[in-house]
Design a protein around this ligand. Structure first.
Ligand SMILES: N[C@@H](CCC(=O)N[C@@H](CS)C(=O)NCC(=O)O)C(=O)O
Length: 263
């Protein structure tokens, strides 16, 4: 049995859900309630000592790090293959998987914190967030998290992240020549790792960042047409609040937020 510890509105989890669907694999959902710091509770730390999602458990074997999970699934369940056979194309695939992890992901963390995550204070209220923060084993980090939620949005940091993001999109535009996929003819893990990043930026209402890049724009449309993309996309209810999903009037009942354990 495959179990995926995840939350829906996480780009790292999105890529793993996509691979599972491309492979036609059944999986059991194990929902991790991160605003309550459930990923720092001992049951989860036993699976992922870094207290990050996702974690995949395949017949008792624990695999962490989303891109590593994607490669594990492709090795363990080879059909249909999600990596090119050619060594040069495989190197391109891994370069873009690294680009996502090392560069693109940190940029969307900056954008997301400033544009979305501060809305948790509006939705739940700081009393609830402060109460939940007591469950964090490292109270210095918990205080840092609360400050990041309460501080005013850092618009200069968002602008800088967008400019850097645009630089990577221009690289992607060049890589998609001739296309149709990042590694040319072969649809691969590179496409699967990068697409959830664009989904997040899209959800932050910033799709204009690639509107004048025709290859990127067409590639993103092709990605969204894949049934696996639809299957892996967070349902609207599980999206974080942001420009495309305003916080409901009067906030959100914290009691409905759910728990990870027991589950
Ligand atoms: N390199 C890791 C990064 C994992 C990561 O940062 N996951 C985010 C969700 S996309 C997370 O756990 N966020 C909660 C937190 O950092 O407290 C991976 O790809 O698995």
């Amino acid at each position: 049995m495959i179990e995926l510890y995840h939350f829906w509105d996480s780009p790292c989890c999105f890529k793993v859900r996509m691979v599972l669907d491309e492979k036609g694999l059944e999986w059991r959902e194990r929902y991790v309630m991160t605003p309550k710091f459930d990923h720092f509770q001992p049951d989860y730390v036993a699976l992922n000592p870094h207290s990050k999602v996702p974690a995949l458990v395949d017949d008792g074997l624990v695999v962490i790090q989303s891109s590593n999970i994607a490669e594990y699934l492709d090795d363990r369940y080879p059909e249909p293959p999600l990596a090119p056979a050619d060594a040069v194309a495989r190197a391109t695939m891994r370069a873009w998987m690294a680009e996502e992890q090392e560069y693109l992901f940190p940029l969307i963390v900056t954008m997301s914190f400033n544009i979305m995550m501060k809305l948790r204070a509006v939705a739940y209220g700081m009393d609830v967030l402060t109460e939940w923060s007591k469950r964090h084993p490292d109270q210095a980090r918990a205080q840092d998290y609360l400050r990041r939620v309460t501080d005013p949005a850092d618009t200069a940091a968002v602008a800088a992240a967008e400019a850097r993001f645009r630089w990577h999109l221009e690289r992607l535009e060049a890589e998609l020549q001739p296309g149709p996929w990042i590694c040319g003819e072969t649809y691969s893990l590179a496409d699967i790792c990068v697409a959830p990043i664009l989904d997040r930026v899209d959800h932050l209402d910033r799709a204009h960042l690639w509107e004048d890049l025709p290859r990127v724009a067409d590639w993103y449309v092709r990605m969204k047409e894949r049934p696996a993309f639809a299957a892996a996309t967070p349902p609207f209810d599980y999206r974080m609040w942001g420009p495309k999903k305003p916080v409901p009037e009067g906030g959100v009942d914290a009691a409905t937020a759910g728990n990870t354990f027991p589950g």
